[in-house]
Design a protein around this ligand. Structure first.
Ligand code: HEC
Length: 117
């Protein structure tokens, strides 16, 4: 099912077709697994420079906690093409889209709750 999920992520990112949960009209949260989907992308593209021992710019992306703490910064760095250093189109790659979507899910402000009358 991995391929299906990645296709769903690309559709979400490109906005060509909103992914809707049946009946509710609420966009379905795409489940991206940190260990399976995110970690390999980080290890290939980020932690060579942003590791715990020598974190570039003082930013370690070595543990899930570190990544969550830097999620918004990392998301912006990827979407503006600043990171990974020297790879400005990374955000358009499959791995880049998966990482960006997961990062966004870590800092997105939740929908306001309807006040009860
Ligand atoms: C080749 C080494 C290298 C790689 C690979 C790399 N970075 Fe960086 N990163 C740096 C350096 C050096 C800086 C500080 C200088 C700068 O901002 O250009 C930095 C700065 C940053 C910053 C803070 C400054 C900013 O632009 O917001 C973030 C966030 C960041 N990197 C995230 C990432 C993420 C996420 C990845 C993987 C997708 C990544 N980096 C891959 C070397 C790297």
């Amino acid at each position: 099912m991995t391929l299906c999920r990645w296709m769903a992520v690309s559709m979400l990112v490109f906005g060509s077709m909103p992914v809707l949960a049946e009946d509710t009209g609420v966009p379905a949260e795409i489940e991206i697994d940190y260990e399976l989907d995110v970690l390999p992308v980080l290890e290939t593209n980020c932690t060579g420079c942003h590791n715990a021992a020598f974190p570039a710019a003082g930013i370690s992306l070595a543990s899930q906690e570190d990544v969550i703490a830097n999620a918004e910064l990392a998301y912006n760095a990827i979407s503006t093409g600043r990171m990974p250093l020297g790879n400005p189109t990374f955000g358009e790659s499959e791995g880049g889209m998966i990482l960006s979507e997961w990062l966004a899910q870590q800092f997105e402000i939740p929908e306001p709750v309807e006040p009860t009358p």
